[in-house]
Design a protein around this ligand. Structure first.
Ligand code: KIV
Ligand code: ZN
Length: 524
């Protein structure tokens, strides 16, 4: 990567497909990864960390294909500090127009203790692995994992070694979200002032959100001299997540008066990618999440509404259009045709082919028959809902539920399982419990229900419910989603969708080690 960066430019390094996907339950399929990478590339992300190639055959294939397809972005793969990881990573990014290897090792006392390396042994390992990576590609990023808890002298020493060995970007990870803004700025500033050769490379900041400070810490690091921010869409990531791309990008745009740096992100693409990442990862965005939450531009209180009607700037520091939210638009209804639906989908950022439109149109008509007005949020819910894909092992054919005050609820389900039609009736403590039991009778499984969540998509008693179901089985986690005006149908479909995803994950694990099972601490 060029070190001759314009003075006021900050590079955006997106790690949704690596650090984000590592979040338990956020697994994406191969096609979903390709789609997200395409959207990241289109919106102007400078570097896409596409995965961890040694982790599994699936990760390797995803990184290779993203590398081959990328149009503008640098494509980066992650590798631990050993030759085998680095070789595999180099092979995966080989076809990218701009390939990068990102190699790392934990340098803090706690992390050094795990591979049981002395400080000198680790320093030698860093020299050897960065040199090896640099012999394979011109663009090498090196990270001292848990940098913010690494001794100052040692941190300076190992960064100097990495730079001398050929690293072009030095990333400073706050792996456990431990730092605070002033410290974050100060650390980067002092490193740039102290480490010989620091002015020859780009310093990056990689913050986790354990104390809710990831965005503030990343922006502070830029104040200190960092010129690359590592982040994820919706702040997806392990535990409390990573710095959210949309937050740092919009903060730099809206407060450019006091933070005079710019990115090349097309901010009007933010909402669409946020929705897609939420859908494919199965991680709903909290309603009051900055920039992309459902309420981020909603004004409920009387005073706010009054102010907004008189002058939008009273309560809005950015325009909804700036992040890709279309203004209020007319709802569709049962008389709306295919062209109107396609037009609406395009306005919402979805580009669909003729076959996909056909399928969505059928579901749209079903919904419009039940619901007088179909709002933008209903259409988004339709697009999000994990409806049966043709090749799903389990499909819901029909269901009938009896519930009320008179006795236990009862659900009768007909399902197609691997091409066979089966039906079962089960009783339960309420209709959802009965429906889930019927699914288990038809498809016995030991998956443990970790989360069951229902949200109304719009207002009114005829609103669609979106349901998320997260399942865990032998350490594999999968999330399913569905939307329907019938909450019990949405629940059964979300459960079946999660089971289908779990079946895919079982297959994937069979292919080789999984990202979450491979130890980052195992440097060898
Ligand atoms: O948080 C972290 O330290 C990481 C490294 C692999 C860079 O994600
Ligand atoms: Zn991380």
């Amino acid at each position: 990567m060029t070190t001759a960066l314009e003075k006021d430019r900050v590079l955006i390094f997106d790690t949704t497909l690596r650090d984000g996907e590592q979040s338990p339950g956020a697994t994406m399929t191969h096609d979903e990864k390709l789609e997200i990478a395409g959207l990241l590339d289109e919106m102007g992300v400078d570097i896409i960390e596409a995965g961890f190639p040694i982790a599994s055959e699936g990760d390797f294939k995803a990184v290779s294909e993203i590398a081959e397809r990328s149009k503008n972005a640098v494509i980066c793969g992650l590798a631990r500090a050993n030759f085998k990881d680095i070789d595999r990573c180099a092979e995966a990014v080989r076809k990218a127009a701009k390939p990068r290897i990102h190699t790392f090792i934990g340098t803090s006392p706690l992390h050094r203790a795990i591979p049981n390396l002395t400080m000198d042994e680790m320093a030698e390992r860093i020299h050897d692995t960065v040199t090896h990576a640099r012999n394979l590609v011109d663009d090498v990023q090196w990270s001292p994992m848990d940098a913010t808890r690494t001794e100052w002298d040692y941190l300076c020493r190992v960064i100097e070694i990495a730079i001398k060995a050929g690293a072009t970007t030095i990333n400073i990870p706050d792996t456990v979200g431990y730092t605070a803004p002033l410290e974050s700025a100060d650390l980067i500033r002092r490193l740039i002032e102290t480490v010989p050769g620091a002015d020859e490379v780009i310093f990056a900041t990689h913050c986790h959100n354990d104390l809710g400070l990831a965005t503030a810490n990343a922006l502070a690091a830029v104040e200190g001299g960092a010129r690359q921010i590592e982040c994820t869409i919706n702040g997806l990531g392990e535990r409390a997540g990573n710095t959210a791309l949309e937050e740092v990008v919009m903060a730099l745009k809206v407060r450019n008066d006091i933070m005079p740096w710019h990115t090349q992100i097309d901010t009007t693409k933010i909402m669409h990618i946020s929705r897609r990442v939420s859908t494919v990862s199965g991680f709903p965005v909290q309603f009051n999440k900055a920039i992309v939450g459902k309420n981020a531009f909603a004004h409920e209180s009387g005073i706010h509404q009054d102010g907004m009607l008189k002058n939008k700037e009273t309560f809005e520091i950015m325009r909804p259009e700036d992040v890709g939210l279309s203004g209020t638009s007319l709802p569709l209804g049962k008389h709306s045709g295919r062209a109107a639906l396609r037009d609406k989908l395009n306005n919402l950022g979805y580009e669909v082919g003729d076959n996909q439109l056909k399928d969505i149109f059928v579901r749209f008509k079903e919904l419009a028959d039940r619901k007088k007005e179909v709002f933008d949020d209903d259409i988004i819910a339709l697009m999000r809902s994990g409806e049966d894909a043709e090749n799903d092992h389990l499909q819901l054919v029909s269901m009938k539920v009896i519930c009320g005050t008179g006795g236990p609820a009862e659900a009768t389900l007909e399902m197609e399982i691997d091409g066979k039609d089966l039906s079962a009736t089960a009783q339960g403590d309420g209709p959802v419990d009965a429906a889930f039991k019927a699914v288990r009778e038809l498809y016995p499984n030991s998956a443990h229900l970790q989360l069951y969540q229902v949200h109304a998509v719009t207002e009114g008693t005829d609103a669609q419910a979106t349901v998320s179901v997260r399942l865990e089985e032998d350490g594999n986690i999968a999330t399913g989603q569905s939307a329907n005006t019938d909450t019990v149908v949405a629940s059964a479909k979300a459960y079946i969708n999660a089971l289908n995803r779990l079946i895919v994950r079982r297959g994937k694990v069979g292919e080789g080690a999984d990202t979450r099972e491979i130890s980052y601490k195992d440097a060898t």
